[in-house]
Ligand binder design. Structure first.
Ligand code: ZN
Length: 145
């Protein structure tokens, strides 16, 4: 099994069994982001308490890349301090802007390194970033910076 195939399996598995999908009752803020070029949509609820990402939940429709990426994002960021979450988001953005030249820091990104290959395809980068940009937007509205 080659690496690309393994990564496709990881993405498909998150698409079929998404984490943190289904909007929480309580939230500090809700944002809605769309990716018109593909038709992906996400609504994201975020709660921050004591400098920590206490809850990320989301719902959406779209392609397997956008939905799997939102699943990994929510799993990775929930429970992290705001500073640590920002570090992970920064690492993912850098990976997706790398045009296939980076493999991603597995310590920070865990399963999300599976999107390294997607960074070669500009049209799909927006799909992979949708959930992460929604998180950034929601966090900015709560925390500022
Ligand atoms: Zn898409």
């Amino acid at each position: 099994m080659n690496l690309d195939h393994m990564y496709q399996e990881v993405i498909l598995d998150h698409y079929k069994h998404p984490e943190h999908k289904g909007l929480s009752e309580e939230k500090d803020i809700q944002v809605h982001h769309i990716n018109p070029s593909c038709g992906d949509e996400i609504t994201l609820n975020l709660s921050v308490a004591d400098g920590r990402v206490s809850e990320v939940s989301w719902d959406g429709i779209g392609c397997s890349i956008s939905m799997a990426s939102a699943s990994m994002m929510s799993g990775l960021l929930t429970g992290k301090s705001v500073a640590d979450a920002n570090e992970v988001v920064g690492a993912f953005l850098a990976l997706m802007q790398s045009k296939g030249t980076m493999t991603g820091d597995e310590n920070l990104l865990e399963d999300a390194v599976a999107f390294a290959g997607v960074s070669k395809f500009p049209a799909r980068v927006k799909c992979a970033l949708l959930g992460w940009m929604a998180f950034k937007d929601a966090e900015f509205q709560i925390v500022g910076k």
